[in-house]
Design a binder for this molecule. Structure first.
Ligand SMILES: [Zn+2]
Length: 473
């Protein structure tokens, strides 16, 4: 049995989840479900990034204790996953004791290799990103590109530094050779350009005061806390036993895929591999980067008041239409747009009129005929290849082309007028086509696929209740 280990990025838990989180959870779920169905022993992990300063600030603002505040929001992410039919095997909170022990272990290994040193640092810090920036990395107002309008803090203190610069050549070579694969090409090129530039060592700790005494303590120095990214990336290891359960760790690590949003590519494709190389641990194999979701053409923001709560659209349209929307209407590796109305339009067109209609009209045509049940056991090569290239939308394009072709054949050949053997032969072929579609749809729309497979593998096919009932106005 082959193992397959995929991770989704761990969200900050300073607010409740939005539609962008739903997109990433669902994308990873499709890949994980595909591997489970293909017979791989599969692990799908995410968790919560709790040691960030912005969680502390958000908790203070809400007048709550930090841990309780993080628990409240972490639970909302777990709930969202359940509502989206996303099956995580591990949800690793970075405030857990095990994660702290594991991250200190990683730190010790990097220190042992001589890659951690102390230095006084002065720089501009974006609390939103939990990162230092140099002036040339900021916009014309001196703000970071991810958080325009937010003033950066000028910070000066003695910190620990990690020798990132020592690993730039090695990582560049790993990425260019494809040993560490980055999809899409655009993000790969961005990382390559960064590595070809002036790569500096990074600060990986901060004073306990600045961290509000919240986070993972630096081993051997009780005055310093780890920089949040140092421990956050290690969730991918701590969640599978690194520094805690050696046997479990050996079984799952390295990750086969890290699925992330494009804004955190540098952390995953540069900092993280460097930390692992320093600790002499195996590197992840692939990084898949997706884009951002805009709402009616605008960036989602609390100020604009256009943040879409995925649970609201699930309640309005059901879970599978929402999965369908984020997988098909949003380009897998690029930015895409959502509006609540367009989810409804897709529901009516692609789901009810194309797929739902195919299933109900074919089932009706099959009533009274004895159809030889087809037993499909593998994914179609086109769908497999698309999933393995992180082209989830491409896989659905292929499936929907087949749905259209089947609908067209029923109409063109006027199957309802056919008689005898000719009719039976045609129905058998159509049913085989629909079963193959149902099989391929399993990772994407698990409930719909299950219903399709059950309708057409019955001995006597009868017309089912509509897969996607007409929406009430
Ligand atoms: Zn920022």
């Amino acid at each position: 049995m082959t193992k397959f280990y995929i991770t989704a990025a761990i969200p900050y838990v300073n607010a409740k989840p939005h539609i962008g989180h739903a997109l990433e959870f669902v994308q990873g779920d499709v890949i994980a479900r595909y591997h489970r169905l293909a017979g791989d022993e599969t692990m799908y992990l995410t968790g919560s990034d709790e040691n960030a300063l912005k969680n502390v600030q958000a908790a203070e603002k809400a007048g709550q204790e930090v841990r309780a505040f993080c628990t409240l929001h972490a639970d909302e992410f777990v709930e969202l996953a359940e509502k989206l039919s996303v099956q995580f095997d591990v949800f690793q909170r970075s405030s857990s004791e095990k994660h702290h022990v594991s991250s200190q272990e990683l730190w010790k290994l990097c220190a042992k290799n001589g890659d951690i040193y102390k230095k006084t640092y002065e720089g501009l810090y974006c609390v939103g990103c939990e990162a230092f920036y140099t002036p040339d990395e900021l916009n014309k107002n001196g703000e970071c590109f991810e958080h325009p309008g937010k003033k950066l803090e000028k910070v000066g203190e003695e910190n620990y530094f990690f020798k990132l610069s020592s690993y730039k050549e090695k990582i560049l070579q790993l990425i260019e050779s494809g040993e560490l694969e980055i999809i899409p090409e655009k993000q790969k090129n961005e990382v390559v350009r960064f590595l070809q530039g002036d790569v500096r060592d990074i600060s990986i700790s901060r004073s306990k005061e600045r961290a509000h005494n919240w986070g993972v303590e630096v081993p051997g120095d009780s005055t310093q806390m780890m920089y949040v990214w140092f421990d956050a990336l290690n969730v991918y290891q701590s969640g599978v036993g690194f520094g805690i359960d050696e046997q479990k760790y050996k079984k799952w690590w390295p990750a086969d895929v890290h699925l992330i949003g494009k804004g955190i590519i540098r952390f995953h494709a540069v900092y993280w591999p460097a930390m692992l190389l320093s600790a002499k641990l195996p590197l992840p194999k692939r990084i898949y980067s997706h884009g951002y979701i805009t709402v009616n053409g605008q960036k989602m923001s609390k100020t604009l008041g256009n943040v879409i709560d995925p649970i609201e659209i699930i309640e309005k349209y059901g879970v599978e239409p929402v999965r369908y929307y984020v997988l098909r209407e949003i380009p897998t590796t690029e930015d895409g747009d959502i509006s609540i109305d367009r989810v409804g339009e897709m529901y009516s067109s692609a789901l009810a009129n194309e797929l739902g209609n195919l299933v109900s009209r074919l089932a009706k045509l099959c009533e009274g005929s004895s159809i030889a049940a087809t037993n499909v056991k593998t994914f179609s090569p086109a769908v497999s290849q698309a999933i393995n290239r992180f082209a989830l939308r491409g896989a659905l394009d292929d499936i929907w082309n087949r749905i259209s072709a089947l609908n067209k054949r029923i109409s063109d050949e006027k199957v309802w007028e056919k008689k005898g053997d000719d009719r039976l032969k045609t129905l058998n072929e159509l049913v085989a086509g629909v079963i193959a579609v149902g099989y391929d749809l399993q990772p994407f729309l698990p409930e719909t696929a299950k219903r399709m497979l059950s309708i057409f593998t019955e001995k006597t096919i009868t017309q089912p209740a509509p897969l996607f009932p007409r929406l009430s106005a």
